[in-house]
Design a protein around this ligand. Sequence first.
Ligand SMILES: NC(=O)c1ccc[n+]([C@@H]2O[C@H](COP(=O)([O-])OP(=O)(O)OC[C@H]3O[C@@H](n4cnc5c(N)ncnc54)[C@H](O)[C@@H]3O)[C@@H](O)[C@H]2O)c1
Ligand SMILES: [Fe+2]
Length: 385
Amino acid sequence: MISTYQQLCPVLFGAGAIGQLPDRVKELGGTKAFCIFDAGVKACGIADRILGILKESGLAVETFDGVLPDAPVDSVNAAGQKAKDAGADVVIGIGGGSSLDTAKAVAVLTDNPLPINLYYMQKNQHQIVKTSLILIPTAAGTGSEVTIMSVLHDEETQGKETVLKAGTLAIVDPELTLTVPPQITAATGLDAMSHAIESYTTNCGNPKADILSLAAVELIASNLEAACEDGCNIEARTNLSLASNLAGMAFNDASVHFGHAAAHEMGLQFHISHGVACALTLPEVVTYASDLIPDKVKKIAAALGLEVTDEMTGEEAGRLGAEKIRSLMRSVGIRSMQEQGITKEQAMACAKGAIEKNWFVSCALKPIDIPVMEKLIGRMYDNYI
Ligand SMILES: NC(=O)c1ccc[n+]([C@@H]2O[C@H](COP(=O)([O-])OP(=O)(O)OC[C@H]3O[C@@H](n4cnc5c(N)ncnc54)[C@H](O)[C@@H]3O)[C@@H](O)[C@H]2O)c1
Ligand SMILES: [Fe+2]
């Protein structure tokens, strides 16, 4: 089989890497940096630290500190106008997926007319690209620093919309994740796990994505609880940052599928965080694949730390793998839909939006229509009470 590997942007990885930011900005020809982050990243001191090192090196710096969860388009347009007015020549996103995705969209707007909905993927609108874009994740989850997608929340279409924009450089410094609280560590870590497992179980994968996905599953399975228990465990944090980055590269090629489609709609309807919504779908993603690609599901089970024998069937490996993920979810405090006050009927009603608003559901191993999605969501509900 012939497949395409993407190599999107260089990654500077490792504890302390953030110290190289000013030199990297200058290498890219940047003189005026526009930094984008949210209230949480400011409150933990990371934004001020990064603004400080940029200013000390003589660079001009402007900021947008109003990023909102899930990157709503209104705040993206506001940030884009501010970046244009500032005459920024390098945009720097600092934070979780919401901040990085806002920064990607702002980099598009810096060079092109507003508003951002002109550049939704399906519109195929040509973009001028001059402004450099540096993406600095401060949580280990989305892998957005190495994907081409900016995922935005559009109130008008009531869906998640995508703008395509890759970074010029990613700086992944695990020390920046030491302040992430346990609940967010759990949710973002399971988002990364779902990128890894979904990209390993699509119909559009490639051998490189497969290797990255399995490595990410193993790293998350063996480090997530440790990072939730002790946020200052730099070894666990480093492994989770690496896993999130590898899983981002994997799903940028191989795509996610029905788990993320269901999670997007559940996030929109119930206002639960992206990572929690993805976690709730994940055991059924493994189960669904178990009789379709049994050998791969056995490899997932092994990467999750289970003992897998030659005689074991795909179904058995899928059942044990799903159970292992549920026990990890319990241990890091992911609340079930029922515990969050969601009824099974409400959950199943997400099937329509999940199928109709998320093109990538077509990357599932078999075609999934609304009745099948309803059944899958019903199982997600019943099997994790
Ligand atoms: N572009 C992509 O490829 C891609 C992939 C997956 C998800 N996403 C999108 O990303 C968004 C979710 O991103 P997210 O889960 O990272 O959430 P987020 O960006 O909203 O961040 C979650 C919370 O973590 C806090 N935080 C981040 N770093 C911190 C730190 N070091 N210390 C303390 N607090 C910190 C933030 O302030 C925020 O309150 C969703 O919109 C989702 O659709 C995008
Ligand atoms: Fe995700």
